[in-house]
Design a protein around this ligand. Structure first.
Ligand code: IMP
Length: 422
């Protein structure tokens, strides 16, 4: 399969979990490289639904080595609970799951600060998942964070945590929030540290060994291109590099060891949280929500929905160097008589072929649409390209052409088997 970076080409929730699961069949190692438990990757295997937040989705296939890389921010208590949940469902991970010793930790004060800042922002809030992701990456950049290395060394951890709780309680008090009790946080985190210790490794060395042995590695992206801290719709973004470069820094594997980039996108567009979404459309949202679709895997929030935005996916193709496309949720459009696709933005007198950097300008952009005839037939039982209605095939070919990459996978439902590999 070669070393493959898989990224979300829209605003997250593109169905990456399922595509990762499909590609994992041919991978030896699966690595998470950024984000934290703000992610929610859903995989459906024989009617059993798995939602993964920190553990790479590769864990659902036997014998795959799964790595939580140095670029991830880890809430250890939440990770333990996720691992225990998987264990109860019969998923085996002992000897297969590795956690980077340099991954940064998320603490309750990060979560509390996340929530307090959102409240303070009022109507200008980001709409975060309130998992403490921004404040944790903030500590990392400020060089004041604690890492997995610290967590598994009791004396060092106690000393560092004491100081962090003291400092953060001052900030929490200024917000009028309840201070944290060192003893409680310490106990809970130390227990998680003991549980996680056997899984902790120098994952950079481990991954390079895999590269040397010619193993195939899948770099599992979380969130999506327009939530990237550098390339997204700032400030309505997450705090990590969700684009292809993040796979290198978040794992320690250099760019010239990467062989291909797969971009995952829905056949329409969705976003959770605040920020611009040029093709947002209430009718598309109502239709998808009425089908029971498009509710967040992590927070349960209804996602905002709209037409496919080829300006955004073209931009994603450029920033990530996408070679191949995986288009998901095609069946979500089955009932429509006519389908719109955004092929350009108009803002004041300007026309944009790529997403403008100024989020305020993007907010004023009007989409320019092309219209495609719908197929008005169920696609969910299609297993081969020729099983798809001709109009579905034309639509998908147009999406690939407008985006500028090769269509490689078409997904017509959440099940493993509902996948057409071209
Ligand atoms: P945070 O990552 O919790 O700080 O949230 C920042 C923004 O990213 C918000 O708009 C979230 O809704 C969004 N976000 C974070 N993680 C995901 C995800 O896994 N899928 C979709 N949106 C996400």
């Amino acid at each position: 399969m070669a070393n493959t970076i898989l990224i979300g080409a829209q605003w997250g929730d593109e169905g990456k979990g399922k595509i990762i699961d499909v590609l994992t069949e041919d991978a030896d190692v699966v690595v998470r490289t950024q984000g934290g438990n703000n992610a929610g990757h859903t995989v459906l295997i024989k009617a059993q639904k798995f939602v993964l937040h920190l553990v790479p989705s590769g864990i659902l296939r036997k014998g795959k080595v799964c790595v939580i890389g140095n670029g991830v921010v880890v809430d250890p208590v939440s990770l333990v609970s996720e691992m225990e949940g998987l264990r109860k469902l019969g998923v085996k991970y002992k000897g297969n799951l590795f956690l980077s010793e340099t991954a940064h930790l998320v603490f309750p004060y990060h979560r509390e600060l996340d929530a307090q800042r959102e409240t303070l922002q009022g109507k200008n809030k980001i709409g975060t998942t309130k998992r403490g992701i921004g404040p944790a990456y903030g500590d990392k950049a400020a060089r004041t964070g604690l890492r997995v290395l610290d967590l598994i060394q009791p004396d060092r951890f106690k000393q560092k945590l004491e100081l962090k709780i003291k400092e953060n309680n001052e900030v929490l008090k200024a917000f009028g929030a309840k201070p944290l009790l060192f003893k409680n946080v310490h106990e809970e985190y130390r227990a998680a540290g003991d549980y996680l210790k056997p899984f902790v490794a120098n994952t950079v060395v481990l991954l390079h060994e895999a590269v040397r042995k010619g193993k195939d590695i899948l770099f599992e992206g979380a969130q999506g291109t327009f939530l990237d801290i550098d390339h997204g719709t700032y400030p309505f973004v997450t705090s990590s590099n969700t684009t292809a470069g993040g796979a290198c820094t978040g794992s320690g594997i250099p760019p010239h060891r990467m062989d291909r980039v797969v971009g995952v996108m829905k056949a329409y567009t969705t976003r959770v949280g605040e920020g611009p979404l040029p093709t947002e459309n209430a009718e598309v949202a109502d239709m998808l929500h009425a089908m029971g679709r498009e509710f967040g895997a992590t927070t349960g929030r209804p996602r905002r929905c709209g037409w496919f935005d080829a300006v955004a996916t073209r931009h994603a193709c450029m920033v990530n160097g996408i070679d191949e496309l995986a288009v998901t949720n095609i069946d979500g459009l089955d009932s429509l008589a006519s389908i719109k696709v955004c092929i350009g933005y108009r803002c004041d007198t300007k026309r944009y072929e790529f997403v403008p950097n100024d989020t305020e300008a993007l907010n004023r952009c009007e989409p320019v649409y092309a219209e495609f005839p719908g197929w008005e037939a169920s696609t969910s039982s299609a297993r081969k390209w020729k099983d798809l209605p001709p109009r579905t095939r034309s639509y998908l070919k147009a999406l690939a052409e407008l985006t500028g990459a090769k269509l490689a996978i078409a997904s017509v439902g959440p099940g493993r088997e509902q996948t057409i590999v071209l």
